[in-house]
Ligand binder design. Structure first.
Ligand code: UT7
Length: 374
């Protein structure tokens, strides 16, 4: 039987940092609240597009795998706030990377975008449709963030990472998964202002209103991640004792702790990087997976569990066997262009742009909200 081994990995993290203290300069919040309620200390703000972040991460993953761009048969990109919707983002990334023999597909399942993309690519390889795929999780939340809403502005950051999958007869890669969605609860994680429903309302693109029921999302997230993990492990006849490292979605340190406790996993076996990046939506698990490998936390042959959840409310967990090689075969000199601004300056530019539209957009958003609830 075919499997889809992870043979390359790379990340593309934009350099500009936005600290908790930076955020406290423009909304009523403070370091103590953010760290104690979320575990987040800083996040990244990108000065380049989603496609450019994905190009850096993708090129690094290809170099790590030691394969040429034209060997890739699929570029699949998990992203919920793309640069463009049509044509898709994956084709933009494919053109940049020169993956001339690849199909190109976007996956929008919000924060589980990388998880769903990983399962989709794995299924295509396991069924024999193709042999090699580049799977990317990318997100630029900053351009669409409701920066003056403290309920959400502290939670998110930008980032990107990618892995290369290749067909193998070894029992590697995603061995089992469970994907699901609490569609009945999709309104509790609601971002207004992006998409066709707003196209003729006059709302400027990027002017959004984020409406989250944080506590309800918290409960559903823990439930979904535990359910997905338990069912995915059961499909393989495995228990949490068989898992070497849990690499969860990083939306809140308290969610991660609650999931870990319910699964009965030793905290030392849970990878956490939320303090560095916050929640990067579809990029989160991808970046965490890549960093866990780069930091030596993933040993050759390790069995990983990747639980996630996101808007929709989608949820997922994969059980992944890592191969014997956990070091890169090669590297590339590709990097981001220099960024002349700090994270705070980039965010203040975005806030100033939004303020210019505020009066008009507020009316349109209220009208759109009435339309949607009708
Ligand atoms: O991946 C999908 C997106 N992720 C999520 O939506 C995350 C899920 N939810 C959570 O992580 C948590 O619910 C939050 C971090 C969003 C909130 O934590 P909480 O412990 O559930 O806080 P809370 O909603 O109960 O709010 C407690 C207080 C409130 O004040 P009052 O009403 O008690 O006076 C909030 O207004 O904290 C206030 N608050 C803040 N204070 C300072 C809310 N946001 C902030 C803030 N700074 N940024």
């Amino acid at each position: 039987m075919n499997h889809a081994a992870i043979i390359g990995w790379g990340k593309g993290m934009p350099p500009a940092v936005l600290s908790n203290a930076d955020i406290a300069t423009f909304i009523d919040t403070d370091e103590e609240w953010i760290v104690s309620r979320t575990g987040m200390k800083e996040r990244r703000i990108t000065h380049v597009s989603v496609a450019e972040m994905a190009e850096v991460a993708g090129a690094r993953a290809l170099a790590c795998a030691g394969i040429a761009a034209d060997q890739i048969e699929l570029v699949i990109l998990g992203c919920s706030l793309p640069d463009e919707i049509c044509p898709n983002m994956a084709s933009a990334v494919s053109r940049r990377l020169g993956t001339t023999n690849a199909a190109a597909m976007d996956v929008n399942t919000a924060c589980t975008g990388f998880s769903y993309a990983l399962s989709t690519a794995t299924a295509l390889i396991r069924s024999g449709v193709m042999k090699t795929a580049l799977v990317i999780g990318a997100e630029m939340v900053s351009r669409c963030m409701d920066w003056d809403n403290r309920n959400v502005a502290v939670l998110f950051g930008d980032g990107c990472a990618a892995v290369v999958l290749q067909a193998t007869e070894n029992e590697e890669g995603v061995l089992a998964e469970r994907l699901g969605c609490y569609a009945d609860a999709r309104d509790i994680l609601d971002v207004r202002g992006v998409g066709q429903r707003y196209a003729n309302t006059g709302i400027p693109n990027g002017y959004t209103s984020w409406n989250f029921d944080g506590q309800e999302i918290f409960k559903r997230a823990v439930h979904g991640m535990v359910q997905a993990s338990t069912e995915a492990m059961a499909k393989l006849g495995k228990t949490i004792a068989d898992i070497d490292l849990v690499i969860p979605h990083q939306a809140n340190l308290r969610i991660i702790d609650a999931v870990g406790k319910r699964l009965g996993v030793d905290p030392d076996k849970v990878f956490v990087n939320i303090h560095r990046y916050g929640n990067m939506s579809a990029a989160t698990i991808a970046v965490a997976l890549v960093e866990a490998i780069e930091e030596g936390r993933v040993k050759p042959g390790a069995l990983l569990l990747l639980p996630g959840f996101g808007g929709g409310l989608t949820w997922a967990a994969q059980v992944v066997r890592i191969g014997q090689r956990t070091t890169p075969l090669g590297s590339t000199g590709i990097d981001f262009p220099p960024c002349a601004k700090t994270g705070l300056e980039l965010v203040n530019d975005l806030r100033a742009r939004k303020a210019r539209y505020h009066g008009a957009a507020k009316v349109f958003l209220e009208e759109a909200a009435a339309l949607l609830s009708g």
